[in-house]
Design a protein around this ligand. Structure first.
Ligand code: SF4
Length: 496
């Protein structure tokens, strides 16, 4: 029998419960000192905007349901009532955004469906696998559902199937994978109950709980109160060191070692730690000429400098694509290190991107050329994906992916280091510190924002020769940056 629970305003939702599991102080600040929250970067905002499409699309798995989503946050009571009425009545056996409240927690379940006389719950995630946080989310929902009086039989997490390959039509039953997490949810019920109690107690405190910074600040998500809680950490702190793990940094922090200058070398340090520490303390750039030699020996002529922009989508749109495969947008190639002559590719969003890109690569990259990029992980993923989709196994494309040299390794492997970079190894920061002349004002400040802009432009095939210019300009800049950075390192090695 469905219980009619008291309808006082809820204290927790799925997201605030998860926030409290990560850190009760974060929950307290979010609810009581919201103004202390860090400003979200444009990249974070763009990421948050994604994900909802998959949940709505997954409703097609159970067609004909009734949507109980409140029209505004203040109308959640109506949604709880509406959900209850549908469950008790005969209007529908499928409910989208089924809304329940119990123990001060409000949940909205993606899909509730009655199958063979039993109610099953489905929570959809725009992801290729399930995580511990998703399991916790499911356990909370199971707790609220069960205690609301609905006899849930099974609880499923639904995520995109990494093995699904799009052919001519989207096969929705193949696109999603169902994972029955009922037993895991049951095993977490005691924890959920206790955590709700702890959260409620934390929320009524007069001041925020005394919780120090720790690895929980970035796990499972970067907390949005870092600016507030970390303000006692000086600018040049041990937390900027790259060769130390998070655990090692917090061990030092617990011992009161926070400033880099307070960290003394000891025999447990490996050479890379010693080097980083010395460079940071000396405040001078560091250049490992031996490692540099070895790095550059892999580069075979001719070289081509590449700047690339692509994006991923949970629901594939093109033949032979899998969920989250990289879709190309724009590629700029500069063949001559001195002149910067370039060729560029910009995908026509109305036709298969693979055929367009394959032709471009074949015609514009000399056989056996080395491709030099900066932060080229997505480009490598694209080429490997393209190779796998080619009817002949894409050996030439696969080989091309193997010839990519990513200059970011120079920074990641500590071959070159400039103390003013601190721990920001973005192209913009490196260009500024290494005085690499750019192309003036860029249309986008990061790959995320550029890809997001393209997604918006291409959703209705609005990308035309004119609107494509900013994307070409962006990848042109990235190719030029690789070329100039390569020149910078060459000059360094000659002067050493
Ligand atoms: S920054 Fe860390 S300590 Fe502060 S609220 Fe966030 S998780 Fe908690």
């Amino acid at each position: 029998m469905l219980k009619i629970c008291s309808m006082e305003k809820h204290l927790l939702s799925k997201s605030t419960f998860i926030r409290g599991v990560q850190c009760l102080k974060s929950l307290y600040l979010y609810k009581n000192r919201y103004f202390l929250r860090d400003k979200l970067s444009p990249e974070q905002l763009a990421k948050f905007k994604r994900g909802t499409d998959v949940g709505v699309f997954a409703q097609n798995l159970f067609p004909g349901g009734i949507d109980c989503k409140p029209k505004s946050p203040s109308q959640y009571r109506m949604s709880v009532e509406k959900t209850r009425e549908i469950i008790q009545g005969t209007q529908s056996e499928v409910i989208y955004e089924a809304t329940f409240q119990y123990d001060g927690v409000l949940i909205m379940l993606d899909i509730l469906a009655k199958e063979n006389g039993k109610w099953n719950a489905y929570e959809v995630k725009s992801s290729l696998k399930i995580s511990e946080t998703y399991l916790m989310d499911a356990a909370l929902q199971y707790y609220v559902l069960k205690n609301s009086g609905i006899d849930i039989d099974r609880f499923f997490l639904v995520h995109t199937n990494p093995e699904y390959v799009f052919q001519n039509d989207l096969e929705i039953s193949e696109l999603f994978t169902f994972v029955d997490v009922t037993e895991d949810a049951i095993s977490k019920q005691e924890f959920v109950k206790t955590q709700i109690e702890k959260s409620k107690k934390a929320l009524v405190l007069k001041s925020s709980p005394k919780i120090d910074i720790g690895s929980h600040c970035n796990n499972p998500y970067p907390c949005d109160f870092l600016g507030h809680c970390w303000k006692h950490i000086p600018k040049t702190s041990i937390f900027e060191l790259k060769q130390w793990s998070n655990e090692e940094k917090f061990e030092l922090y617990q011992k009161g070692i926070v400033k880099i200058e307070d960290l003394k070398p000891d025999e447990s340090f490996d050479p890379s730690k010693e080097t980083e520490l010395e460079a940071r303390k000396a405040g001078k750039p560091f250049f490992n000429s031996c490692k540099f030699e070895a790095f550059f020996q892999q580069i075979k002529m001719p070289v081509v400098f590449a700047g690339f922009l692509g994006y991923t989508k949970a629901i594939p749109e093109w033949k032979n694509y899998k969920p989250f495969d990289v879709v190309p947008v724009s590629l700029s190639l500069q063949n001559d290190p001195s002149s910067g002559d370039h060729n560029f590719f910009n995908a026509d969003p109305s036709t298969d991107p693979d055929l367009q890109l394959f032709e471009f690569l074949k015609n514009n990259i000399p056989a056996d050329a080395t491709l030099i990029t900066f932060d080229g992980g997505t480009f490598t993923r694209l080429l490997n994906g393209l190779a796998a989709r080619m009817p002949d196994g894409g050996q030439s494309i696969h080989a091309l992916a193997g010839r990519i040299i990513d200059l970011k390794i120079m920074f990641d492997d500590f071959i070159y280091y400039h103390p003013d970079l601190r721990n920001d190894f973005s192209a913009q920061k490196i260009a500024e510190i290494c005085k690499i002349e750019g192309e003036g004002i860029l249309p986008f400040s990061s790959d995320t924002l550029a890809a997001n802009a393209y997604r918006n432009e291409s959703s209705n095939n609005k990308v035309t020769a004119g609107t494509a210019i900013p994307f070409i300009k962006y990848t042109d800049y990235r190719a030029a940056f690789s070329r100039l950075l390569y020149g910078f390192f060459k000059m360094k090695s000659e002067n050493e």
